[in-house]
Design a binder for this molecule. Sequence first.
Ligand code: NAD
Length: 435
Amino acid sequence: MTATNPKPSQTVIRPDKDRFLADQNPFEEMMSRFDDAAKHLNLDPGLYKILRHPEKQIIVSVPVQRDNGEVEVYTGYRVLYNTSRGPAKGGIRFDLQVTLDEVKALAAWMTWKCAVVNIPFGGAKGGVICDPSTMSNAELEKLTRRYTSAIIETLGPDSDVPAPDVNTNERVMAWVMDTYSMHKRHTVTAVVTGKPVEMGGSLGRREATGRGCMIVTREALRKLGMPVKGTRVAVQGFGNVGSIAAELMEAEGMTIVAVSDKSGGIYNPKGLGIKDVLQYVRKNRFLTGYPGGKNITNEELLTLDCDVLVPAALENVITRDNAARIRARIICEGANGPTTAAADRILDEKGVFVIPDILANAGGVTVSYFEWVQDRGGYFWDEETVNQRLEKIMVHSFEEVTSMAERHGLDNRIGAYMLAIERVAAVHRLRGMYA
Ligand code: NAD
């Protein structure tokens, strides 16, 4: 291997990285809710200890020869949090913000999420610390293949099934599937979900998370006696989840008054035309400069006068600093972990109806489950069947979470954790402990 003309590294640590690690450790955020739910469930101390620890944490070094000949070594993680209910399931993200604690939190959330919608998976997550925006396609392919081979012992349709997450997509899943299949000497489509439809992906998977958000928001409006038509919605994040949620909510008759991406937000109290906004973003990549609304910041979007707020971008955006100023009646958490534990308490006191992430964005993993089932059966469903089955699961899970919360006089998030932890704990009790 040659290492000629090394250029200074292009990776830049984002300024908020240290603050994020110190103040809002995602694993501790997750654990504070877990503890709350465990206390209300009166979880026995042995099970409490088991469920508080990830089953397996893998750290790998991933060497890649960059296009300029320089060798870079990236750090990658794969965490299997709990596999008592079935194979581990969870995405792979490529991002500079990736930390082991973040991957652990995301793996735990996947465990609870799969249990909330009652699909037979455990929870996992993977990540590589890198900045894909500075890497060529060839470099990304090398990184993906080397990372896949580094964790190949845990992967498999019966053991650990990745999916796309932040900065990974269908293309990356195709490389994971191919690398795994080359090692196994035969094609194994069910080793990843979120693949291109041509190679065993499911119809409806791309839209599934946004569709799930739309379904649970509609159920929440119904529950609170609010009309669907004309309900004013603000959406933070205009990527896969946010843009599709906005499009489908608009199709149901809701008015999308604001959307944002990392370039900023746009606001129009009369309603934005989402098809038009999507077309603009397809052409210009970002929302900035869109002529059909007033420019606002991401922070302003969160505290807008609206009925439904959909945070669908990042973790820790609704915090103790802005929670008191939130004016939405309903928050539908499209992103994972957008609300801190401190903000939860403020929102609860204000009577905001929060549809927690482990329910609100579970449409994606639900259709990933359908994809895995279709791959293993070798029999593919039409899109209408996928959407009908998704709708049934989301409506039923919404009902189960809100009933649990009401029964115990708690907020929906703790209700969702209780439902999930109880399901995982029940399997542990039945299986007993291997010694
Ligand atoms: P994506 O990369 O397609 O879109 C992310 C969007 O957020 C982009 O529009 C980006 O510009 C915007 N964004 C980034 N930084 C921002 C900032 N600082 N302020 C405002 N906007 C910002 O990602 P996605 O797949 O839509 O995922 C979004 C969230 O939903 C993540 O938390 C992810 O873990 C979660 N999620 C995704 C899925 C899925 O199926 N895609 C499933 C469950 C949960």
